[in-house]
Design a protein around this ligand. Structure first.
Ligand SMILES: NC(=O)c1ccc[n+]([C@@H]2O[C@H](COP(=O)([O-])OP(=O)(O)OC[C@H]3O[C@@H](n4cnc5c(N)ncnc54)[C@H](O)[C@@H]3O)[C@@H](O)[C@H]2O)c1
Length: 369
């Protein structure tokens, strides 16, 4: 195995992201940060049959004294709940996990967010090592320490900031990822270009075939560059008091779509997270910015075309009412003093937080196609 690419995340609790093929079988690397004798491997029902046995064997081979338990949750956003959180806590208790235990999160963002939240809470905080297996989790959710579960009132409303001890992104795992999930992850990659890096945005335009074909080089480059952007932002603003909010471009609206759909993960017509964010980046973010005279409409069109070229949706799914979506947006954690606070942009690479967006303008944009 060639040496993995690395991205270091600084701040009060620094950690390293390693990116490359074969990392999930590298027990010596995976156990570098395991301080104690207990490890809980949390994964989901899709990922478990593909990778859990290999990871468990790698952990045991590297550290025979480690007591490893596997906990498999049902796959899908619908299970990122307080009930699933309770089940993980029960698994930690059954393992007899002590304060030096490690929770390994093997899966996508759902597993990563849930594992991170359980690790944040068990004995007021044990280590979490992220082993992301979706593109979205490699470029976004495994980095930065935001952990959460959903409740019926909204996404990620219960959670904690709990940075991981380490992140190992095994690019070989992307080979088994359904193409739809790969494309959904590319939304978050495109987001970094849209927020702050016009050259990366252009690179994504030219590397489309290589990225969708799933060889190792282009995805590893896209993951590393995305992680560098995220690492820089979370280092400067770990608790999202300013710049970090930019990472939510498209998310307020994306979350509203997901909540209106009822997190119906097994419903094939429902948009998955990355797809909902793609719709949110175009509409209302870019389109609203153009309507408010903040950004050229040509940039909205470029974003729209790039997302379409990657096979991503850009329109609100039929049947979702604009006023219901707006009501969901009002619940967003970024809002302050009852005012709608959105991430808009001044064009490609120049996102900014707008603190008091006129709801009537949002409704108008939501009503257009
Ligand atoms: N914490 C953060 O900062 C942050 C950032 C962005 C998103 N998120 C969260 O991440 C979640 C979305 O993550 P996601 O898109 O990874 O969804 P996900 O975890 O549901 O994974 C998508 C699907 O792919 C399957 N899967 C995962 N890896 C696979 C592989 N290698 N091969 C085959 N199948 C595989 C999963 O079982 C699931 O069915 C949302 O809950 C979102 O809120 C969190």
């Amino acid at each position: 195995m060639s040496a993995p690419r690395t991205v270091d995340v600084g701040g009060d609790a620094p950690y390293r992201i390693e990116i490359g093929p074969g990392l999930l079988a590298d027990g010596a690397r995976l156990t570098t940060h395991a301080r104690g004798r207990h490890a809980l491997l949390l994964t989901d029902s899709h990922v478990a049959p593909l990778y859990a046995a290999a990871v468990e064997a790698a952990l045991r081979d590297a550290r025979p004294e480690l007591r490893v338990a596997i906990h498999v949750m049902p796959a899908g956003e619908a299970h990122k709940t307080l009930a699933s959180f309770g089940a993980v806590i029960d698994a930690l208790a059954a393992l007899g996990a002590t304060r030096d235990a490690t929770v390994y999160a093997l899966g996508g963002g759902v597993v990563g967010d849930l594992a991170g939240f359980a690790a944040a809470c068990w004995m007021r905080g044990v280590d979490c090592v992220q082993l992301p297996t979706t593109l979205l989790s490699m470029v976004d959710s495994s980095v930065g320490g935001k952990t959460a579960v959903d409740i019926p009132q909204g996404k990620n409303l219960v959670g904690a900031f709990h940075p991981p001890r380490a992140v190992f992104a095994d690019t070989a795992a992307l080979r088994t990822l359904p193409p739809r999930e790969l494309r959904a992850g590319l939304t978050e990659v495109i987001k970094y270009g849209a927020i702050r890096d016009p050259r990366f945005f252009e690179w994504l335009d030219t590397e489309r075939e290589a990225l969708l074909a799933g060889d190792h080089r282009a995805p590893a480059e896209a993951i590393a560059r995305s992680c560098e952007h995220k690492a820089g932002i979370v280092e400067r603003d770990p608790l999202e008091k300013g710049e970090r909010a930019l990472l939510n471009l498209g998310h307020t609206f994306g979350h509203a779509i997901e909540a209106e759909q009822g997190y119906s993960g097994d419903d094939r017509d429902a948009l998955v997270h990355g797809e909902a964010v793609a719709v949110g980046m175009v509409l209302p973010s870019a389109r609203l910015s153009a309507r408010l005279g903040m950004a050229p409409d040509a940039d909205t069109q470029r974003l729209r075309s790039l997302l379409l070229d990657y096979g991503l949706p850009v329109d609100v799914p039929a049947g979702l009412a604009p006023d219901a979506l707006l009501a969901r947006m009002r619940l967003d954690k970024k809002n302050l003093a009852g005012r709608l606070r959105l991430v808009l942009w001044r064009g490609i690479g120049r996102a900014e937080v707008v603190p008091d967006v006129d709801e009537a303008q949002v409704l108008e944009v939501l009503g257009t196609r």
